[in-house]
Design a protein around this ligand. Structure first.
Ligand code: G3P
Length: 215
């Protein structure tokens, strides 16, 4: 399973990218709003850092507006993918953009039916929001499982991005279900790398090395 970072913060992206494990970035208007930078300049800056897809969201409500906005976003850098909300106008825009070779990440997906529609429209990626499904009292991972089964049944090539990840166990569960990608917030990456037994082991090895190194 590939790992993307779910942030628009350049410092966080650079730090996690330096680990050598990052395959892409997802942003959304809420994440971009935290940065206080011009949106297009921010997306260009991020796209130059990471060697992989960078999702930037279109916010127009109608098909013609989404298409125009998406073309502009896609022209910012070769690796920009346009995020479009899962709604009828978004599906129609996705079909047009897919025909032009512009990759779409269909976002705000909460069901296998929405993911099926997104795939038929030609979305390159779908983003089911597992954390928000959990918040609503349902099982977010069940949505991932249903989408993976539907896509496997019909050999659908649209890649599934497990989004709205809230903790490391979401990442493990998505990987066990064969999800293509998880987009992981910075703080969850920090939790993924930590283990008390690793810290304890490093401390013990360093302490024992002190006894050996000058023999
Ligand atoms: O980028 C979309 C998604 O990951 C948002 O997550 O935590 O706001 O539900 P969250």
């Amino acid at each position: 399973m590939d790992l993307f970072i779910d942030t628009a913060n350049v410092g966080e992206i650079k730090e996690i990218n330096s680990w050598g494990i990052l395959s892409g970035v997802t942003t959304n208007p809420t994440l971009a709003a935290k940065e206080g930078k011009k949106f297009h300049a921010l997306i260009k800056e991020i796209a130059a850092i990471v060697d992989g897809p960078v999702s930037a969201e279109a916010v127009c409500p109608d098909c013609a507006g989404i298409v125009e906005e998406a073309r502009e976003l896609a022209s910012l850098a070769e690796n920009v993918v346009v995020k479009i909300p899962c709604m009828p106008e978004g599906l129609a825009a996705t079909a047009i953009l897919a025909g032009e070779g512009i990759d779409v990440n269909m976002t705000l997906v909460f069901s296998a039916n929405q993911a099926l529609l997104a795939a038929h429209a030609g979305a390159a990626y779908v983003s089911p929001f597992v954390g928000r499904v959990d918040d609503a009292g349902n099982d977010g991972m069940m949505v991932i499982e249903e989408i993976m089964t539907v896509y496997e049944n019909y050999d659908i090539q649209t890649e599934v991005i497990c989004a709205s990840v809230r903790h490391p166990q979401h990442v493990v569960e998505a990987a066990m279900l064969g999800c293509d990608i998880a987009t992981v917030p910075y703080d969850v990456f920090q939790k993924m790398i930590k283990h008390p037994l690793t810290d304890k082991g490093i401390a013990a090895f360093l302490s024992d090395w002190e006894k050996v190194k000058n023999l």
